[in-house]
Design a protein around this ligand. Sequence first.
Ligand code: 7TS
Length: 408
Amino acid sequence: MKFDVVEIRKDFPILERETQSGARVIYLDSTATSQKPTSVIEAMNQYYRRSNANIHRGVHTLAEEATALYEGAREKIAKFINASAAREIIYTRNTTESINLAAYAWARANLKPGDLVILTEMEHHSNLVPWQILQAEKNIELDFIPVTEDGTLDLDAYKALLGRSPKLVAFTHMSNVLGTINPAQEMIRLAHEAGALALVDGAQSVPHLKVDVQALDADFYAFSAHKMCGPTGIGVLYGKAAVLEAMPPFLGGGDMIKEVKLRSFRANTLPHKFEAGTPAIAEAIGFGAAVDYLSQIGMEAIAAHEHEITSYALERLEEIPGVKLFGPSADKKGGVAAFILDGIHPHDVAQILDRDGIAVRAGHHCAQPLHEKFGIPATSRASFYLYSTKEEVDLLVNGIYKVKALFN
Ligand code: 7TS
């Protein structure tokens, strides 16, 4: 299928709406959450209209249909990231919960005082705070791979850190601020050589790149449906079966058990061992539909389109006097352009752009330490996805000129 952004945009009803001022929505905030195609909205609707029932517990028609849809989505997600089996796909609420699951269930059982966990300076708070909580509780050590001036990781410093025999290396595959795509395969290989496990925060990579967890050899890989055309409220923790099997459960309750006595229980098999309680069934089904949608277009085609838009955006933004961009050049990054405008607060930039319907995010984007590293409290951030166009980039650029005119 040929990639045709005009046709793709027709799949997203929200892109036709206008804001209160009558401007068409120019959605440049897909890094925060993506828009949803009709097929995803309809899959969830159909489930509630036709098949709604609780899963794994009934023998009646609706319960069987609901279970088949819920488990069918898991199979699709497993295939999408090339997991070796569907039982390696644990449904969670989002990337944040996925990382917390690993921090609670794996790390509490496997780390002891003094053990080292390596993170990076470009992490989202969801791959920092769970480890800080664990540090306070178990007295583990944290250290950080530095970010260089051009927004990439200092791999020599990483190799030096590996000499201290870490137990875990946890890093983002793609930065939500700099856009940097980290060399995950090499970083995981080095972690394994040093005897550590590797956890990858894939919140920004799975939506935008072809990800193969077996080729990467990741031990854990976390991502969220809502950033990849799916609904909010559902995410995944992929884990190698052997690692997940050896872990104690996370939350206790219904569905995660094989047998319960008054004073004891036996945990269920994978993946159910980590899915206590009634899960987000409609959302899992919507997630499956999102994966179908992206697969049908093709992740290589999506990545190529985003690369074209990002290169164009960086080129155009660089031309604007007073704009400073963060992160590496387009060949090393995904569809994110974080910038500051000389003398104008990022929140003002975002607010004025909004008058013309242009949606960008301003703030620290849940990466405060990274902003601190660059000596700034906040940036404005435009981000792109499969439905983004060069015309939207032009409107953003015109909008920034308007902001400048207003302030000067
Ligand atoms: N990791 C990265 C790299 C992210 O970009 C985000 C969300 C998360 C983890 C957390 O994902 P969640 O689904 O659990 O919330 N990033 C952003 C952002 O850049 N703007 O809003 C959310």
